[in-house]
Design a binder for this molecule. Sequence first.
Ligand SMILES: CC(C)(COP(=O)(O)OP(=O)(O)OC[C@H]1O[C@@H](n2cnc3c(N)ncnc32)[C@H](O)[C@@H]1OP(=O)(O)O)[C@@H](O)C(=O)NCCC(=O)NCCS
Length: 149
Amino acid sequence: MTEVTVRRMNEIDVDGVLAVEEQSFTTPWSRAGFVAEMKNELSYYLVMIESGKIIGYAGMWIIVDEAHVMNVAILPEHRGQKLGEKLMDELIKHAKVRGAVRMTLEVRRTNTVAQGLYEKFGFASRGIRRNYYTDTQEDALIMWCEKLS
Ligand SMILES: CC(C)(COP(=O)(O)OP(=O)(O)OC[C@H]1O[C@@H](n2cnc3c(N)ncnc32)[C@H](O)[C@@H]1OP(=O)(O)O)[C@@H](O)C(=O)NCCC(=O)NCCS
C-alpha cells in the first residue's frame, strides 16, 4: 500500500485542497476562504498526501480549550479506506497538543456518513441549528466530543 502522510497545511497547498473541496461539497469554499484561513491565528489545518498529491484535508479553529472542526474531506476515489478516520485522529492529536479538551462541529442532518465517522471518536449530537446551510436550508446537527481521548 502506498504511504500516506499528514502534515500541517500552508499556502502552497491551497490548489490541492481546493480540488478536494470542490469534489466533496455542493457549495465549496473559495480560494480566498482558504487563503484567509492560512492567515487566521485561530485556525489549524492538516493535509493528507499520497504520492505527492493532496488527497484529503481537515481544519479546525482552536479557541482557548475548545476545538471547532471546520471541515474534513477525502477525495472521492480514496474514501472508504479509513483515511477519514486517520485524518480525524491526527486532527484530535494536534488539537490536544494545542490545549483543546473538547471538540465541536456542525454536520448536515442527512450526512450520516460523516456522523458515523464522528461518532467513532466519541462525538454525540447535542443540538440542532435550523436552516444552517443556506444553499439547501438544511439543518445542522451540533455534535460535541466532551472529552478528547
Ligand atoms: C466523511 C468522509 C471524510 C469520510 O472519509 P472516509 O475516508 O471515506 O471514511 P473512513 O473510511 O475513514 O470511514 C470512517 C467511518 O465513516 C463512516 N463511513 C465511511 N464511509 C461510509 C459509508 N459509505 N457508509 C456509511 N458510513 C460510512 C463509518 O462510520 C466509518 O467507520 P467504519 O468503517 O468502521 O464503519 C468522506 O466521506 C468525505 O470526504 N465526505 C465528503 C465531505 C464531507 O461530508 N465531510 C464532512 C463534513 S461535516
